[in-house]
Write a protein that binds this ligand. Sequence first.
Ligand code: UD1
Length: 328
Amino acid sequence: MNIMVTGGAGYIGSVVTEDLVGQGYRVFAVDNLIRGNCAAVVPEAVFYQVDISDQNALENIFQSHRVEAVLHLAADTSVEESVAEPTRFFWNNVAGGINLLEAMLKHRVNKLVFSSTAAVYGQPDKLPVTESSPAKPINAYGESKLMFERVLSRYGDNFGMSSVSLRFFNVAGASQRFGADHHPESNLIPLIVKAALGQQDPLPVFGTDYETMDGTGIRDYIHVLDIAQALTLSLDYLQKNSGVKVYNLGNGGGYSVLQVIETARRVTGAEIPIQICPRRPGDPAKLIANSNVAKREIGWQPRYPELESIIESAWRWQKEHPQGYNNR
Ligand code: UD1
């Protein structure tokens, strides 16, 4: 099966491309390389340096290969940046996505798996969050992803575009070959393993006055390999089913920032010095997923639910790639 992966040189894109190629899919990885790394694309995939806002370039790919489905992962993802620069998030995450959909429709590609986010929920009143919990984003990142989910719903009704939107909770960890290498890095676990290697010192803890057991933010961390599994299962699902679906993907357990740091100290044996800082704008206090619907409907079963194994894999990757992909 021929699959286009947008954001194919990004963190999740590189891992899922590796996974798909390993299962015999033919992958066309599309990335503008503003945040992605071409070194993160397995050589068995066909790589295109293309921005999703470039409809002609996308159409050329659809014209040259019989693409059967798209995994749409290309996006701006930093919550902090989205608070400062909302417009860029709406352009890239909403308008860019519509551009992709138009190119797909012209070439009769009607299956899309979309990487959405827990940030669509904002600060939920009840935990764990189900797909029917109210979607009330508190930052432009979450807003932009929710807007695109709604676009997908309309494209389903009007144009027969079938889609699965996966609302990822906090993705972390690494495969054997590929891990997180963002510039700048803003996610907790990559920063922690850098701190453990002495590359990020001290680690800021954003807010100790949340209504949580130790005052720090609580998140549901999920292994990037379990995300790759869900993306592949969603493709299988769309082979057999049509319509528009939305699923949460998390482990159903929450860890505070201080608990993650404590676990990382155990896993790495490093001290990991911290510095207490004010809250980071746009951050909710707690997010924990109920992912029963994904388990039931697409057969998703996380293989690496323990926080230790997520941190261990990130730690191993950081030690093996202290300068990331080292191409900057
Ligand atoms: C956010 C999004 C998530 C998205 C991810 C991608 C929300 C609710 N979630 O995750 O959907 O996929 O960004 O970038 O918007 N923290 C520190 N010190 C640090 C870094 C983080 O204390 O140096 C804290 C944060 O305040 C937060 C937790 O660690 O409580 C996790 O932060 P992070 O890893 O950045 O992910 P989110 O912002 O939760």
